[in-house]
Design a protein around this ligand. Structure first.
Ligand SMILES: Nc1ncnc2c1ncn2[C@@H]1O[C@H](COP(=O)(O)OP(=O)(O)OP(=O)(O)O)[C@@H](O)[C@H]1O
Ligand SMILES: [Mg+2]
Length: 253
């Protein structure tokens, strides 16, 4: 049975107690990015004896059965902590992990919190792609940068399992600077098939053509070229299949 654990620099006692309460996080946050199922908030914490802007993610339950299996499993905060270190070691642009806390009672998870460095002002890449003001060239550059990150993730032997546009953050200061977040589901694999890689990519939903027909300014094509230009034709065929499969699955649910 697992025990409560905290890894990270010391946090002032007052703030540490506060972090256990989601209402306190919302009240004292500089900005709340998300409220459900997880609270994600920008906060200034007295951590490691200095005030620092950090992003606090306090996980909520998605699945009613999850609390019952938790005495023997890592918390999602602990999984995110492990994955973030591994991806950082592989040279990927992920926000630096600062601390992780899992509180348990008789092994059952009461709360679990993951704290990372603040990457600065940014936009979710979905906002960039949807924007009517941003021109195509910039969208293309962001899509190609995302492809580089996805390709490096796969080459390092990881499947992300949640490559959606919202999990790529584009820095306001420099649109070439893109960060990958939401690493709870990351899986390390010794070998991965092209179908597994394409399944990981398909959810990105970069162009409404779904690779069904040729047209100008297709973000999927730029993505493929940046992901693996040498095997672009083969990738195109497999990615198209994965997108179709995903659409079918969505229609049937
Ligand atoms: N280190 C960071 N610096 C700045 N902003 C961040 C950082 N981490 C997260 N954010 C902001 O918080 C938002 C939500 O974060 P994240 O994707 O990790 O949580 P989530 O979407 O709730 O996770 P899940 O998909 O597991 O529900 C991001 O889209 C981003 O705007
Ligand atoms: Mg997310």
């Amino acid at each position: 049975m697992k025990k409560s654990s905290y890894i990270g620099p010391s946090i002032s006692r007052y703030q540490f107690e506060g972090l256990k309460n989601k209402g306190w996080i919302v009240e004292y946050a500089i900005e709340v990015y998300k409220r459900r199922p997880n609270i994600v908030a920008l906060m200034e914490l007295d951590i490691g004896s200095r005030f620092q802007k950090v992003v606090v993610k306090s996980f909520g339950w998605r699945d009613a059965r999850a609390p019952f299996i938790s005495p023997f499993k890592k918390s999602r905060a602990e999984m995110a902590w492990d994955a973030t270190h591994r991806l950082m070691d592989a040279g990927l642009p992920v926000p630096k992990p600062v601390a992780v806390y899992t509180a348990r009672q008789a092994g059952f998870i009461d709360l679990n919190i993951f704290i990372t460095e603040y990457i600065g002002k940014h936009q979710k890449s979905s906002r960039v792609f949807e924007s009517e003001i941003i021109d195509f060239a910039r969208k293309r550059d962001v899509a190609m940068k995302i492809a580089e990150i996805v390709s490096a993730t796969h080459k390092a032997g990881f499947i992300h399992h949640d490559f959606v546009k919202d999990n790529f953050l584009v820095s306001d200061a420099d649109s070439r600077s893109v960060f990958l977040v939401d690493l709870t589901l990351v899986e390390q694999k010794k070998k991965m098939t092209i179908a597994e890689r394409m399944e990981d990519i398909a959810k990105l939903n970069l162009c409404s053509c779904n690779l069904d027909h040729d047209h100008e300014d297709c973000l999927w094509l730029y993505f493929i070229l940046s992901y693996d230009s040498e095997n672009a034709e083969n990738i195109l065929v497999h990615l198209k299949k994965s997108i179709q499969k995903l659409q079918k699955a969505r229609k049937s649910t």
